[in-house]
Design a protein around this ligand. Sequence first.
Ligand SMILES: CSC[C@@H](O)[C@@H](O)C(=O)COP(=O)(O)O
Length: 348
Amino acid sequence: MSIKPILFENGILKMIDQRLLPTEEVWREYSDCPSVAEAITTMVVRGAPAIGVAAAFGAAFGASHIQEDNYADFFSEFEKACALLAATRPTAVNLFWALERMKGCAQIHRDLPLPELKARLFAEAQEIAVEDERLNRTLGANGAPLIADGARVLTHCNAGALATAGYGTALGVIRAAVEEGKELLVYADETRPFLQGSRLTAWELMRDRIPVTLICDNMAGYLMSKGEIDCVIVGADRIAANGDVANKIGTYTVAVLAREHQIPFYVAAPLSTIDLSIADGSGIPIEERSSREITHVGEQRLAPDAVAVRNPAFDVTPARLVSAIITERGVVTGDYSQGLKALAAKGA
Ligand SMILES: CSC[C@@H](O)[C@@H](O)C(=O)COP(=O)(O)O
């Protein structure tokens, strides 16, 4: 069984500290909004859908701490809690999607007594988590036919169970193909600088006994040129209306290499990652993170003191390089503008 990185038990949110994997498995406990916001900022929890789930619980905690006698101010206080969570990480749209859903839930139940309204918000956060894993399984089943038996599959970053409420998106497709009886070999890019590939993807695939081989990011082109990669599958943090895909820095490089070697490049993501309000990738906000992620590993310095550093955490892969977008409502190829709109309309 794939890991569930976010648990809600007896009113406490428990999250595995992803910064410490693979060497330590430490579960942290949360019961207030600011500490959940900090956990998202500092990457205790990361991965677009998982960030959304954590934020939903953060919002519910925010509401739960608003005083009973403060009913008139409830909605403005709740807005403040949501704004704190919204300021944590800018790129993954699932964060904003989850917060909008929590605000919608509060509005729908606005006439309930405050204790009941607060309980509804926790129920909604739990529903978002349960739904995320369920959709990942559907998405996985939709994508599995694209992966041939015996395929050698390259993935970048971690779009696995750890990045979601469970099962994963890109790794969900891989899991579904393996559950169908296919024998696969996954190549995991180490994914500098935060090393989600080596620390997280390698860890969770080994835990589930799915064959995985770790490579440095700059080795993908060599393996492709040798005919050792059959397809690429990655997740996404935000997909624009035209199918441009923001994902972990280095994804664009892999997509360009895949096109050069005529290897299919697949993106797996739930509908909550698609942002039809943004026309194309140029409008997607790209998070810039601390230079220390590049200049240091732990306390060990890897670069000269005070060297100038850029650390964009995401890049945008143009839709023309994407062979298919795999979602829980189906697989889109070709004209993404039409296809994504049609998928969104299916659920309306
Ligand atoms: C299913 S997760 C998809 C993406 O969120 C994932 O590929 C990614 O880029 C994660 O970035 P991170 O910075 O670790 O949150």
